[in-house]
Write a protein that binds this ligand. Structure first.
Ligand SMILES: C[S@@+](CC[C@H](N)C(=O)[O-])C[C@H]1O[C@@H](n2cnc3c(N)ncnc32)[C@H](O)[C@@H]1O
Length: 258
């Protein structure tokens, strides 16, 4: 797989191959084993947060930034035909191990979601949960998602909310102040405990809508996720309970290809 010289993609790929995959491996088995899909940092079940379409049977799906590919596994069990794409060979190795363990096969593609090695109009559904939706430049991956979709096909993606991003400093928990400007919001830096710099992306809502519209995608819904009472988040301390009781930490976008 050819790298784009000097950009964020090779940096991100190295981070996932070298250390992030090991940390995220814990999510693979329980999610692959789950009878009901669940979403995001608070593991909200599909019955409360309907991210997957009601009946994906027969749909050709592409998951962008699939990690261990549990969403593709959920889709495959529901009769869809997923292709799971990720830039990290190590993440795909975990996905392959899960496929062996659960006896489920679908294509795993080692590729960059900003330049997807798949043909145009091959998908009825393009989906990303904290994959391309966080780690890829929207001005590159949204046009790719639109290219992959057939007319009438759906794009669904989940990530931290734009509001949460405005309240998250480079390090530490979300604050009750807006620490980033909304105007011009695009590239973001988050710093891990060891000081590692992670390169991520988001846009102001108006800009997401304009970008999608310009690519032939009509926004149908935006869910600003409200965490159900009793839901726990043990792994992402940047969002204290008091914060998420008042504001959406996550959001899910739904768009349709014209
Ligand atoms: C948090 S995981 C998302 C997968 C899964 N939904 C999860 O929550 O574990 C982020 C994934 O995005 C992948 N990723 C980052 N940049 C990418 C790119 N340019 N193209 C494809 N995948 C990318 C990473 O390798 C990683 O597997």
């Amino acid at each position: 797989m050819a790298d784009e010289a000097g950009g964020h993609v090779p940096v991100t790929r190295r981070q996932w191959d070298e250390h992030m995959s090991a940390w995220f491996e814990r999510y693979a088995h329980p999610r692959w084993a789950a009878a009901e899909p669940y979403w995001g940092m608070w593991c909200i079940p599909q019955s409360h947060l309907p991210v997957l379409p009601a009946d994906p049977a027969g749909a050709a799906a592409v998951e962008l930034g699939c990690g261990s590919a549990y969403i593709s596994a959920w889709l495959s069990r529901r009769g869809a035909r997923p292709v799971a794409v990720d830039v990290s060979a190590r993440q795909l190795a975990t996905a392959r191990r899960m496929q062996d363990e659960f006896g489920l096969r679908f294509p795993l593609v080692h590729g960059d979601a900003e330049r997807v090695p798949l043909t145009a109009a091959c998908a009825d559904l393009v989906i990303s949960e904290y994959g391309a939706s966080v780690w890829c430049d929207p001005y590159r991956w949204i046009p790719e998602a639109a290219r992959l979709l057939r007319p009438g096909g759906r794009l669904v993606f989940m990530a931290e909310s734009t509001l949460a991003r405005m309240c998250l400093p480079e390090e530490g928990p979300a604050t009750e102040r807006l620490v980033h400007d909304l105007f011009g919001m695009h590239r973001l830096v988050r710093r891990g405990e060891s000081g590692t710099e992670y390169r991520q992306f988001t846009l102001p809502h108006g800009e997401w809508i304009r970008l999608m519209a310009g690519c032939g995608l009509v926004v149908e819904d935006l869910i600003e996720v409200r965490i159900p009472p009793g839901a726990t988040n043990n792994d992402f301390p940047e969002f204290p309970d008091e914060w998420v009781r008042r504001w959406p930490a996550e959001e899910v976008w739904f768009a349709r290809r014209r």
